[in-house]
Design a binder for this molecule. Structure first.
Ligand SMILES: [Zn+2]
Length: 845
C-alpha cells in the first residue's frame, strides 16, 4: 500500500461538518458526518488527519445498524485507521467523527492570523489554507483531489465575529450564547478547496456579475483599499463566463484579504483568500507594478473557479492543468481589461523566469511524478506556472485563438464536477482543431528542458537547427532530444516583411530565402518557448533594425543574449555591445531584462571591478533618465511612468550615481514636507536609493514608516528598504528582525532572500541563516525556508559556493523535489560566469 494514497474501497460523497473555533484559546472542536460509499467489504476505513485527535467514531448503515469504531493515528503518514467490529458491506454508510485540534501559527490547515485594529489593539482571526494536503489538519477527510464530495459546513462562533465559507449563509441563529452559521451545500469538489474565515471582518457592498454577488473582505479599517480588487474581480469574472461558455460554478464570490498568508492567494471556490498586498491597494498611491500584481492575482484566482475548482487534476502530478491554465487565463483577462498594459509583453518576464530553471540539468518536466506531500508542495514552481502558461500560449497561437477556446470549452463541459488529466485536455483540443496535439505537445509537457534554435545563412537557404539549451555543458549522451517547434519566422526582403510558420522537427531544416534578403527573425511575436541564436551576420542585421522589432522581440533578443553569456556561448563584450545599442529603448520590459543582467553581473564580479560596472550602468541608463526626467509628462502612459521609477532606482543603486542620490534625497524630503508631488512610481525608487546610501537615523526613520504604514504596499516598500541598508550594524538589525516576531513570517523569508542576493549583506546574511536555520524552519510557513534558500544563488563567490554546498550536504537538508539541486546548479553557473568574465570587465571605466 502506497503510504501517501488512501485505499479506494471507501469513498466519501458528502461531508456535514460543524466546527467551533475558539480564538482566545487557539483551539477548535469539530463533529462531522461523512456519507461514504463502500464498494467492497472492509473492516478498516482509512482517512487523512494530522495534528487532530479523533475522540469518537461510529458508523451507521442505510438500515440504521450502528457500530462503534476504534481510531488509531498513524501520524507519520498523516492518516487514521478506523477499525470496526463487523465488516462494512457494500453500500452507503454514514461515518460520524468527533475531533479536536489547534489553531496553529504556521499558516496552513486551520490557523490564526494576527493584526492590529485601527486603534492599535492586537486582534486575532482564524483562516484556512488547505492546498495541497492540509485540509486533513482541520477535519478528518479523504484528502486527495479525486475524492470529490459535497460539503455542508456549519461554524459555531463568538456572536461578535463574522464567518465566511465557500457558499452563502442559509441560516444563522444564536445557541448557548454562540452564533451558529450554516452554509449552503457546495458543488461536488475537492477537499483542498474548502475554506473558513472567522474574525472581525469588513466587507464592501456586493457588485452583481450576472447572478453572482461579488464582495471584497478585509480586517476593519482597510475597506478603502478594496475598490480596485473588486473592479478587476468583477471584470475578470465576466470575462471568464464569456470565454469558458460555462456559468460561474458558485453561488457567490468573496475575495478575502488575510493579514498572514503563506502563498499569494488561494482559489477556494467562492471564498478566495489573498495576502493583503495581492488584493488591497490604494489606486492613487500605487505603482503600476503594484496594481498589475493585484489585477494578475485576482484574475488568476477567478480563472481557477473553472480550471481547478470545477474541473480538477486527478492527482498532483497534473497540477500544471490548474496553474498553467490559471496563469494563461490571467493574462488573457488582464489584457482584455487593460490592453494599454500590454500584458503579453510583460509576460516575457515570466517566461524568462521559466527559461532560467528549465535550462538546468536539474530541471524537471512540467508533468512529474508526485508521491509525498512535500513533493506536491515542490510542484508549485516556475515550471508549473510560467513554463506551463508559456507552452499553452505557444499552442494557442499555433492553433488560433478561436479553435483553442473551443477545445477549452469542450474540456470544461466534458469534465465538469469531475477530475481530468493531460490526455483529456489533448483530446478536447484535438476534437476542436483536428490536429495531432499529443504528437506536438507531449515533448513540451513530459520532457524537461527546451530547445535553442540556431539560424545561419548558407547561400539561398536559412538553416534552422535545434539543440537542448543548457547553461552548463555536459557529456553528449546518445542522440539529443528533439522537439516539434512551431517556429514563427519573419523574413525581411526588398523592404517587405513576410511571416511564416515552420514546424521544426528535425535537428536541422532548410528554408529558402527570397531574393533581396536582408534579415530574419526567429520567434517573431515572441510566443515560442525556445531561445534563438543567430550567426554573427544575421545578428548584426537584426541589431541594425531594432526599431522594426516589437518590444517582446527586443526583450527576447536581450534575454537570449544574456542567457548565451551565462552559458558561455557569447562573450560578455558582445552582449554589453548590444546593450549599448539600446540606450534609446523605452520599453519597460526590455529594460527589465537589461537591468536584471547588470544586477546578476554585479553579484559575480570581483569587488575591484565594481566601479567599472557602476560606470557602465550610468553610461547605459543616464540618457534614458535624462530624456524621461523625474516627473511624468502630461498624457504619459502608465508603463512609461513605471519605467522611470525602475531606471531611477537602478541608476541610484546599481549605478551608484551621486547626482541621482542627491536628487532622490531632495525630492523625498520635499515629498515628506508636502512641498513637492512625487509620482507614485518614483517614490519607491527614492526610498530604495535612500536606504542604499542610508545611515542609522535614516534606518530609524524607515523602521518607523514600516511600522506605521497605512497600505500593504507602503509596508512592503519600507520593509524591503530595511534590507537595502549597507552598514554592517544595520544589516544585523534587519536580520534579527526576521526571527524576533517583528516581521511577519509570511514576509521574513523573502527579506532574508533579498539580503542573501545583495553583495553588501550576503556574507552576514548567510552566517545568520546558517546559525538560525532550525529556528527559521520552525517559525516560517512551510514554503518559507525553501523560498529563502533561493537566495543562495546570490552567494556567487567560489568560497561561499563551497560553504553553501558543505552546509546543505552536512545538514542533509531536503527542500522537496529538485528544488535544492536547482539552486545549487544556478549558483554553480553564476560562479563559473564570474570566473570566466568577472575578473576583468571588458569595459573602460
Ligand atoms: Zn493558481
Amino acid at each position: 500500500m502506497n503510504p501517501y494514497r488512501l485505499p479506494r474501497a471507501v469513498a466519501p460523497s458528502r461531508y456535514d461538518i460543524r466546527l467551533e473555533p475558539d480564538l482566545t484559546t487557539s483551539t477548535f472542536t469539530g463533529v462531522e458526518t461523512v456519507t461514504v460509499t463502500v464498494s467492497e467489504p472492509v473492516t478498516d476505513v482509512w482517512l487523512n488527519a494530522v495534528e487532530l485527535t479523533i475522540t469518537a467514531a461510529t458508523i451507521e448503515s442505510d438500515r440504521g445498524d450502528q457500530q462503534p469504531g476504534t481510531a488509531t493515528a498513524e501520524p507519520e503518514n498523516e492518516r487514521y485507521r478506523l477499525t470496526f467490529p463487523a465488516p462494512l458491506t457494500p453500500g452507503t454508510w454514514r461515518l460520524r467523527l468527533a475531533f479536536t485540534g489547534t489553531l496553529n501559527d504556521k499558516l496552513r490547515g486551520f490557523y490564526r492570523s494576527t493584526y492590529k485594529d485601527p486603534a492599535g489593539v492586537p486582534r486575532v482571526l482564524a483562516a484556512t489554507q488547505f492546498e495541497a494536503t492540509d485540509a486533513r489538519r482541520a477535519f478528518p477527510c479523504w484528502d486527495e483531489p479525486d475524492f470529490k464530495a459535497v460539503f455542508a459546513s456549519t461554524l459555531v462562533i463568538d456572536p461578535a465575529l463574522t464567518a465566511v465559507s465557500n457558499t452563502s449563509i442559509v441560516s444563522e441563529r444564536v445557541e448557548n450564547a454562540k452564533k451558529v452559521v450554516a452554509f449552503a451545500d457546495t458543488i461536488k469538489m475537492s477537499t483542498y478547496l474548502v475554506a473558513y474565515v472567522v474574525g472581525e471582518l469588513d466587507a464592501t457592498a456586493p457588485v452583481m456579475v450576472g447572478r453572482t454577488p461579488l464582495r471584497v473582505w478585509c480586517v476593519p479599517g482597510k475597506k478603502r483599499l478594496a475598490a480596485f480588487g473588486q473592479e478587476i474581480g468583477a471584470a475578470s469574472l465576466e470575462f471568464f463566463e464569456n470565454y469558458y461558455g460555462v456559468p460561474y460554478p458558485g453561488d457567490k464570490l468573496d475575495l478575502l484579504a488575510i493579514p498572514d498568508f503563506a502563498a499569494g492567494a488561494m482559489e477556494n471556490l467562492g471564498a478566495i483568500t489573498f495576502r493583503e498586498t495581492a488584493l488591497l491597494v490604494d489606486e492613487a498611491e500605487a505603482t503600476h507594478a503594484e496594481l498589475e500584481r493585484v489585477a494578475d492575482v485576482v484574475a488568476h484566482e477567478n480563472a481557477h473557479m473553472w480550471f481547478g475548482d470545477l474541473v480538477t487534476m486527478s492527482w498532483w502530478n497534473g497540477i500544471w492543468l490548474n496553474e498553467a491554465f490559471a496563469t494563461f487565463m490571467e493574462m488573457l483577462a488582464v489584457d482584455a481589461w487593460k490592453p494599454q498594459w500590454r500584458r503579453w509583453t510583460s509576460f516575457g518576464v515570466s517566461r524568462a523566469a521559466a527559461f532560467v530553471v528549465d535550462g538546468l540539468h536539474s530541471t524537471r518536466p512540467i508533468e512529474f511524478p508526485v508521491n509525498a506531500p512535500r513533493e506536491a508542495d515542490a510542484m508549485f514552481d516556475v515550471l508549473t506556472y510560467e513554463k506551463g502558461a508559456s507552452v499553452l500560449r505557444m499552442l494557442e497561437q499555433f492553433l488560433g485563438n478561436e479553435i483553442f477556446r473551443e477545445g477549452v470549452r469542450d474540456y470544461l463541459r466534458t469534465h465538469r464536477l469531475d477530475n481530468a488529466d493531460t490526455g483529456d485536455l489533448w483530446s478536447a483540443l484535438e476534437r476542436a482543431s483536428r490536429q495531432p496535439i499529443p504528437d506536438v505537445m507531449n515533448g513540451w509537457i513530459f520532457n524537461p528542458g527546451y530547445p535553442l534554435v540556431s539560424v545561419r545563412r548558407e547561400g539561398d537557404d536559412l538553416v534552422l537547427s535545434q539543440q537542448p539549451f543548457k547553461y552548463l555543458a555536459s557529456q553528449p549522451s546518445g542522440s539529443p532530444q528533439l522537439w516539434k517547434i512551431p517556429v514563427q519566422l519573419r523574413v525581411d526582403a526588398n523592404g517587405k516583411r513576410d511571416d511564416r510558420r515552420v514546424l521544426l522537427e528535425q535537428a536541422e531544416q532548410r528554408v529558402k530565402v527570397p531574393a533581396g534578403f536582408t534579415a530574419a527573425l526567429v520567434n517573431a511575436g515572441g510566443h515560442g518557448f525556445y531561445r534563438a541564436r543567430y550567426a554573427p551576420d544575421l545578428l548584426e542585421a537584426l541589431v541594425g533594425r531594432l526599431n522594426t522589432l516589437e518590444p517582446i522581440e527586443r526583450f527576447n533578443l536581450v534575454n537570449d543574449g544574456w542567457a548565451a553569456v551565462m552559458a558561455g556561448l557569447m562573450p560578455l563584450r558582445e552582449y554589453l555591445g548590444l546593450t549599448a545599442r539600446l540606450r534609446e529603448e523605452r520599453d519597460r520590459n526590455v529594460w527589465s531584462a537589461i537591468l536584471g543582467s547588470f544586477a546578476a553581473l554585479n553579484r559575480v564580479i570581483a569587488p575591484a571591478e565594481r566601479p567599472r560596472l557602476e560606470a557602465l550602468v550610468r553610461d547605459r541608463l543616464a540618457p534614458a533618465v535624462t530624456a524621461l526626467g523625474w516627473t511624468p509628462r502630461p498624457g504619459e502612459d502608465e508603463l512609461t511612468r513605471q519605467l522611470r521609477g525602475d531606471l531611477v532606482r537602478a541608476l541610484g543603486t546599481l549605478g551608484n550615481d551621486p547626482a541621482t542620490q542627491a536628487r532622490a534625497a531632495e525630492l523625498y524630503a520635499a515629498h515628506e514636507a508636502k512641498t513637492a508631488e512625487v509620482d507614485a512610481n518614483v517614490l519607491p525608487a527614492l526610498i530604495a536609493i535612500l536606504a542604499y546610501v542610508g545611515d542609522e537615523p535614516r534606518y530609524r526613520e524607515f523602521l518607523e514608516r514600516f511600522r506605521r504604514a497605512t497600505t500593504p504596499q507602503e509596508e512592503q516598500r519600507y520593509l524591503y528598504a530595511l534590507a537595502g541598508f549597507r552598514q554592517p550594524a544595520l544589516i544585523d538589525e534587519t536580520l534579527a528582525r526576521t526571527i524576533n516576531g517583528e516581521i511577519r513570517t509570511q514576509d521574513a523569508p523573502f527579506v532574508n532572500r533579498a539580503m542573501l542576493m545583495s553583495v553588501y549583506s550576503r556574507e552576514q546574511a548567510w552566517r545568520f541563516v546558517k546559525m538560525n536555520w532550525d529556528v527559521m524552519d520552525g517559525l516560517y510557513p512551510k514554503h518559507g525556508t525553501r523560498r529563502m534558500a533561493e537566495g543562495v544563488i546570490g552567494l556567487a563567490t567560489p568560497e561561499l559556493e563551497r560553504d553553501v554546498n558543505d552546509f546543505f550536504t552536512s545538514r542533509k537538508i531536503d527542500l522537496g523535489g529538485k528544488t535544492l539541486s536547482q539552486y545549487l546548479e544556478q549558483l554553480r553557473i553564476a560562479v563559473a560566469l564570474g570566473e570566466r568574465e568577472g575578473r576583468a570587465l571588458p569595459v573602460s571605466a
